[in-house]
Write a protein that binds this ligand. Sequence first.
Ligand code: BGC
Length: 385
Amino acid sequence: MPVFPKGPFVVGAGISAHQTEGGNTFSDWWRFEQTVLRKRGDDVSGDAVDHWHQYADDIGLLSDAGLNAFRCSLEWAKIEPKEGFYDQNAIEHYRHVLRRLRQRRVFACLTLWHFTLPTWAADHGGMEHPEVRRAFVRFAKRMCREFEGEVDLWLTMNEPMVYAMKGYRWGEWPPGIRSFTRTWRVIILLAFLHRRVYRVFKECTHVPVGLAKSFISFHVGRRHALHDRIIAWWKNVVWNDAFFWLTIGSNDAIGVNYYIGETVGSGGRKQPTDDMGWAIWPEGFRLALLRATKHGLPIYITENGIATEDDGRRIVYIRKHLAALKDVKERADIRGYFYWSLLDNFEWDKGFEKRFGLIAVDRSTMQRIPKPSLAALGRMAKTMR
Ligand code: BGC
């Protein structure tokens, strides 16, 4: 396993393409929005928050606030809208985004795949189909070559287990399937896919390659309930560790996405929740990080954030989570923190109402309105370096 020298600790924010750019017409999500969400009267992504056109200003706002890292994703459906046809204009667009980051000396974390598929790939059977996985490996190879030298940290995929659960277990996201066996099959296929893509990347880039994994801290309500303790232990192992075992030797860093602490069994103190209904538990973040350190690799917090209309609450949330992070950082190789999200954006099937952003967007004018939390995170960033 190559050793990657430790640079200064980076602090920034993240987004994904589909949630922010707009106009993702060749994607399975776009189709799902027109056929399922619109019928239910839910939001559709549409122009999203027009990050496609406003990326330069968005990066400017991030950097002016004192943040020095940005996580974004490539949109496969825009780059390869038809099978085998690569749209050079889309590739150039992402090159401009990455150049803008270089220009502002912002650490670039690029996710190859953040939940959405081109419709042609979905029509072939999505990631369950070997031909689609082969096409994804080709896409990975091409992207790695195109952007060599422009990226500081590559993530092959975002939250593979969340993707599988939402799309194949609960049927809430495309492809809308509810099957226990297919869920686990997809998880395993994605683990092997990550391994293949990792090998492809190792032939073309010298920067670290990993993936962003959702961590949930399961804990017991009643300390002495043995049954609950066993379940919490098991859930922690399956949800937080298993995917890394399946991809052992194919990660240069661990990407931790942390939002939720989940109580197993009854009792215990009731945790406050955010607008997603997710329990806020900074101590759970500390435990998740300690868990991640067991893999013996550098760690990046690739997502951490709160959905709330109350920006004061967001500031407190960030402060508490950074305090937990600092505690672990003294003993472990933690290299960066990305708040989720830079912008209020399209929160998948929950639409635009859930606001994670450091920056609000007036969607009638697409005007950016930085919230106090943006400057606050910028100030906190100074204390982390
Ligand atoms: C995803 C993001 C999403 C965030 C908040 C993560 O699961 O990677 O795309 O917006 O959580 O729900």
